[in-house]
Design a protein around this ligand. Structure first.
Ligand code: ATP
Ligand code: MG
Length: 161
C-alpha cells in the first residue's frame, strides 16, 4: 500500500524506544521522498531490527542516525552507529542466516537472523541492502536502496474523490 517512509521509520523508532533509551537516535528524512508502494509492517520490521543491532553492538551514550535521501531513481536509507563496526571480511556474511561475527569479548545475545530477515524483506521490494563502514570510516552503516519506479511518484486519488 502507499506509505510514508517517515511514518514507517518513526513507528520503528517508537517501538524500539526501550532498546534505544541509552542511545541518542537522530532521524533525518528527505522531504522530497514520495509515498512508497511498500509493505509498511515488513519495512518497519527492517528498521526495528537495524535499530536493535545498532544498540546491541554500540556503547551506551553513542549516537544512532537514520537518514533517508531521494535520488532520481531510488531512495537510500542508512542506519549508522558509532560501534566497533563489522570487519570487512564479514560484511557480506552477516546477511546469512545464523551468521554472527565472532568477537574476543563477549557479544550480546542473538540468533543471527535479524539481518537475513532484513535482506529478505528489502529484496522482496526490489531493493538491496549492504553493510558499510560508518561515518568517517568508523562504526557501522547499513545502507538500503529502494527503487523508485515512476509509478510510485504520485499516490493514486483516494476512491470516491
Ligand atoms: P538477531 O538479530 O537474530 O537477534 P543478531 O543480532 O546476532 O541476532 P543479525 O542482526 O543478523 O543477528 O546480525 C548478524 C551479526 O552481524 C551480529 O551477530 C553481529 O556480529 C553483526 N552486526 C550486526 N549489526 C551490527 C552493528 N551495527 N555493529 C556491529 N556488528 C553488527
Ligand atoms: Mg540483530
Amino acid at each position: 500500500d502507499w506509505a510514508d517512509l517517515g511514518d514507517i521509520v518513526g513507528g520503528a523508532v517508537e517501538r524500539a524506544a526501550r532498546l534505544t533509551r541509552s542511545h541518542t537516535v537522530k532521524v533525518e528524512i528527505d522531504p522530497e521522498i514520495p509515498l512508497l508502494c511498500v509493505d509498511a509492517v515488513l519495512l518497519g520490521q527492517v528498521f526495528f531490527n537495524l535499530l536493535d543491532n545498532a544498540c546491541k553492538y554500540s556503547g551506551p551514550g553513542t549516537a544512532i542516525k537514520v537518514w533517508a535521501k531521494k535520488a532520481h531513481d531510488h531512495i537510500s536509507v542508512e542506519v549508522a552507529d558509532q560501534g566497533p563496526g563489522i570487519p570487512e571480511a564479514d560484511r557480506e556474511k552477516v546477511f546469512d542466516m545464523f551468521y554472527r561475527v565472532s568477537q574476543t569479548d563477549s557479544q550480546a545475545a542473538g540468533t543471527g537472523l535479524g539481518l537475513a530477515i532484513c535482506r529478505g524483506i528489502v529484496e522482496a521490494h526490489g531493493g538491496s541492502i549492504r553493510a558499510e563502514s560508518g561515518l568517517h570510516g568508523a562504526g557501522t552503516a547499513i545502507v538500503i536502496r529502494l527503487p523508485l519506479p515512476a509509478v510510485a511518484q504520485v499516490a493514486p486519488e483516494p476512491e470516491g474523490a
